[in-house]
Design a protein around this ligand. Structure first.
Ligand SMILES: O=C(O)C1=C[C@@H](OP(=O)(O)O)[C@@H](O)[C@H](O)C1
Ligand SMILES: C=C(OP(=O)(O)O)C(=O)O
Length: 446
C-alpha cells in the first residue's frame, strides 16, 4: 500500500439495487484467531478478505496454525489447540489494524513465547499501553517504543494469573485482549465495563466451547468473566455483512433523491447498531426486514429509501455502539436540516487517524459549518441543502474518512476528492466498483 490513490466522487442520481456488503471485520478477525487456538478444523463462510483481516490470517500462520481459502471462497483454519501457539520466526506485521494488534497481543501474552509486533505508520502511532497495562498485571512483559507504541515485543508466560480489571476506556479491543489472555490462564479472569462494548469475543468464545459469563453489578457496570483453560473445538462460522460497511451505501441512499437499496444480511448485534438508531431518529426511512439469527449473531435485510433528515443530539453513551460510524454520520448530518451534536467522541482521536479532527477539517473544506468542543464533541450545522464540496480532503491513512467523504461527494454541489482511497481495502475491498454499480460516480483522480 505504498502508492496513494486519489479518488473523486461526483453528484449522482438515484442509487438502486440489492447488495450484500463484505463480511463483518470484527467477527472475521476473531474467527481466524479462535479457529487457530481450537482443536480441529474451523470453517468460515463469508470471511472479510480485507487487508486488516488478511494480516490476522498471516499472523496465525506464523504462530503455527494453517488458514487457507478454497476456490469457493470458504476459509478453513486448522488450530494448534489452546496453549499451542508457536513462537513466530518473523515480526508480526498487523498493517493498519488496531483490532488485530491488540487482540493478538492479548492472545500470545499467556503463551511462553516472544513475539514482535509492528504495523504501518498509522497503527504505530496508536496507544498500546491500554492493553499492556492489564496484561502486565497478569504476568506478561513488554518492551515497546516510548508512549507504549508499536513496534512492541511481548514476552509471554505460561504462568499468567487471572485478574479482575475495570476498563478505564470503553473498548472492546482492550476487553478482548484481557479475556484472550485469560483464556489460557488458570482460574477466572474478569473484565468490568461501565459501558457495554461489542460482545463478539464473548459470543464466539462460547460458540467454540468456552465458559463466558456476565453479571450486572450494583453500579450498573457489566462484569464479563472467562473460565481459563477450556477445551476449544473447531466450529463452522457464518460471518454477517458488516454493519459498519453497510453504513456507507445506506447513508448514500438516504441522501440521493429517488434511491432505494436493499442491504442483505447486515449484522444487527445491538452493541453495533447505534448509527441505525440515530439515522431513524433523524427521520430516515429504513425498514429492518427478515430479522433472524445467523450462527449466533442477529442479522436483518435493510431497505433504505431516500428522504429528508433532521439534526439530532447523539448522547455520549451511544458512542460504543456506533464508534466507527461517526465520520459517515457527520456526512449525513452535513446534508440534514438543522444542527447535529455528537457528544463523547474522545476515542475518535486514537483511531486510524484523529477522526474528530479529520472530519471537522474535511467538512470545513467542503463548506460545512462545524465546531469541535473542548469536551470532544462535534457539532455539524446542516442547512437541508447540498454542501458546497469542491475540495480535496485529507484522509490520513484512514479508510472510514475516505469512504465518508466519497459519500458526501455524491450529495454535494461540486465533486469531493479524497487524497488517498488506497486504505479502503483494509475494511471494504471492492467499495468503489460496488458503489458505482449502484449508480455512484467515483473515479480515479490521479
Ligand atoms: O473489537 C473490535 O473488533 C473493534 C473495537 C472498536 O475499537 P475499540 O475497542 O478501540 O473501541 C472498533 O473501533 C474497531 O473498529 C473494532
Ligand atoms: C477503528 C477501526 O479499526 P481498528 O481499530 O481495528 O484499526 C475501524 O475499522 O474503524
Amino acid at each position: 500500500m505504498s502508492q496513494a490513490k486519489p479518488l473523486r466522487s461526483s453528484s449522482t442520481g438515484a442509487l438502486t439495487g440489492t447488495l450484500r456488503v463484505p463480511g463483518d471485520k470484527s467477527i472475521s478477525h476473531r474467527s481466524l484467531m479462535f479457529g487457530a487456538i481450537a482443536v480441529g478444523e474451523t470453517v468460515i463462510h463469508g470471511l472479510l478478505e480485507g487487508e486488516d483481516v488478511l494480516h490476522t490470517a498471516a499472523a496465525m500462520r506464523l504462530l503455527g496454525a494453517t488458514a487457507e481459502r478454497d476456490a469457493a471462497g470458504v476459509w478453513r483454519v486448522r488450530g494448534v489447540g489452546l496453549g499451542g501457539l508457536a513462537e513466530p520466526a518473523q515480526v508480526l506485521d498487523m498493517g493498519n489494524s488496531g483490532t488485530a494488534a491488540r487482540l493478538l497481543i492479548g492472545l500470545v501474552a499467556s503463551h511462553p513465547i516472544t513475539c514482535v509486533f509492528t504495523g504501518d505508520a498509522s497503527l504505530n502511532k496508536r496507544p498500546m499501553a491500554r492493553v499492556t497495562t492489564p496484561l502486565e498485571q497478569m504476568g506478561a512483559r513488554f518492551v515497546s517504543r516510548s508512549g507504549g507504541r508499536l513496534p512492541l515485543t511481548v514476552i509471554g508466560s505460561d504462568r499468567t494469573v487471572p485478574v479482575t480489571y475495570r476498563l478505564p476506556v470503553a473498548s472492546a479491543q482492550v476487553k478482548s485482549a484481557i479475556l484472550l489472555c485469560g483464556l489460557n490462564t488458570a482460574g477466572t479472569t474478569t473484565v468490568i465495563e461501565a459501558e457495554p462494548t461489542r460482545d463478539h469475543t464473548e459470543l464466539m468464545l462460547r460458540h467454540f466451547g468456552a465458559t463466558v459469563t456476565t453479571e450486572r453489578l450494583e453500579d450498573g457496570a457489566l462484569a464479563v468473566s472467562v473460565t481459563g483453560q477450556p477445551e476449544l473445538t473447531g466450529r463452522t462460522i457464518q460471518v454477517p455483512a458488516d454493519p459498519s460497511s453497510a453504513a456507507f451505501p445506506a447513508v448514500a441512499a438516504l441522501l440521493r433523491p429517488g434511491s432505494e437499496l436493499v442491504l442483505l444480511e447486515v449484522g444487527m448485534n445491538p452493541r453495533r447498531t447505534g448509527l441505525y438508531d440515530t439515522l431513524v431518529e433523524m427521520g430516515a426511512d429504513i425498514a429492518f426486514e427478515n430479522r433472524r439469527d445467523l450462527a449466533g449473531e442477529p442479522v436483518a435485510d435493510l431497505r433504505v429509501k431516500h428522504g429528508p433528515l433532521k439534526g439530532v443530539v447523539v448522547p455520549a453513551d451511544r458512542a460504543p455502539s456506533m464508534i466507527d460510524e461517526y465520520p459517515i454520520l457527520a456526512a449525513a448530518a452535513a446534508c440534514a436540516e438543522g444542527t447535529t451534536v455528537m457528544l463523547g467522541l474522545k476515542e475518535l482521536r486514537v483511531k486510524e487517524s484523529d477522526r474528530l479532527a479529520m472530519v471537522a477539517e474535511g467538512l470545513t473544506r467542503c463548506g460545512v459549518r462545524v465546531e469541535v468542543g473542548a469536551d470532544d464533541s462535534l457539532t455539524v450545522h446542516g442547512t437541508g441543502r447540498p454542501p458546497q464540496g469542491g475540495a480535496t480532503v485529507a484522509t490520513a491513512m484512514d479508510h472510514r474518512i475516505a469512504m465518508s467523504f466519497l459519500v458526501l461527494g455524491m450529495a454535494s454541489a461540486e465533486p469531493v476528492q479524497v487524497d488517498d482511497g488506497a486504505f479502503i481495502d483494509t475494511s471494504f475491498p471492492g467499495f468503489v466498483s460496488l458503489m458505482n454499480g449502484l449508480g455512484a460516480k467515483i473515479a480515479d483522480a490521479a
